[in-house]
Design a protein around this ligand. Sequence first.
Ligand code: ATP
Ligand code: MG
Ligand code: FE
Length: 336
Amino acid sequence: MYVLGIESSCDETAVALYHASKGLIAHTLYSQIATHAEYGGVVPELASRDHIRKLVPLIKTVLKEAELTAKDIEGIAYTAGPGLMGSLLVGAATAQSLAWTWQIPAIAVHHMEGHLLAPMLEDNPPTYPFVALLISGGHTMLIEVRAIGKYRLLGESLDDAAGEAFDKTAKMLGLEYPGGPKLAELARSGQNRFKFPRPMTDRPGLEFSFSGLKTFTMNALHATQQTEQDKADIAFAFQQAIAETLSIKCKRALQQTQLKTLVVAGGVSANQEIRQQLQQMATKEGADIRFPRPEFCTDNGAMIAYAGCQRLMAGQTQNLEIFARPRWPMEQLISL
Ligand code: ATP
Ligand code: MG
Ligand code: FE
């Protein structure tokens, strides 16, 4: 079964083709970063207009790359939420129109389920059950995963998401949007000089809170001459604080659930320092840890095609409703 995957929840237009037994066949992505950079963040109206321009050409590109035609496609998976309403509608309407024209099923995929399943695209995929840490631009969640669609939220951020904290801190340090990867690069020339707090690690529980780190960054920055080295040292301290906090909470989640596999996904899981610290913690705990390849940490079409393929193969169906949910709790998903 060949499934076309469409991702358009935010500022990436991405398309992929996944085959139930052959695996990932082709994938492509157009990032709108340049469009939004001058505004310092995503402008929703510009995002949806850009998805309209790019989506159909990207679908054509993927089919051509795979040397397939529309007749070969047996299902279409699209991101139905959470995300920006206008952007989601472009993906949903395109997917449903093609599904109706080609007389094949379409399936709505939850964006965070896509992220969570991205490590399944790798050679050595994790086995269920496992603990998942999802760290992205809009979410920070620890989830107990029993099977596809069987999710129990263990803890989440009470305020800023991890990626949001990276981006806002990067902005304060004068880095361009999206600042997460740029902050990580700057941190490489930083030294261990500032000690930032590890929020909410001094009490039990699996909740996160990252918004206080912004004030801490601001105060630290203003106490210096704001040289490049000062900024690098602050970036280093900030990244250490996030990495250690995530590591402490993941260790707790593994102990609490008695599970021995940790899956880490979402844009922030591309961060090398975070990957290393989590890896060290997992080794100490005798747990397996799995990440997606870096390009599938951030938004992509492959994770949506994979998730949709699993759901279609399990017989899940959907009518022609253009289903889009800017907010969509994961626990409402149908389990396979
Ligand atoms: P969500 O998935 O919650 O809807 P999103 O789709 O915008 O949000 P992703 O595409 O998963 O988020 O990830 C983007 C986020 O990841 C941004 O905040 C970005 O700064 C961050 N990010 C990407 N690479 C890195 C890195 N190497 N270090 C830190 N943060 C990073
Ligand atoms: Mg993005
Ligand atoms: Fe995402």
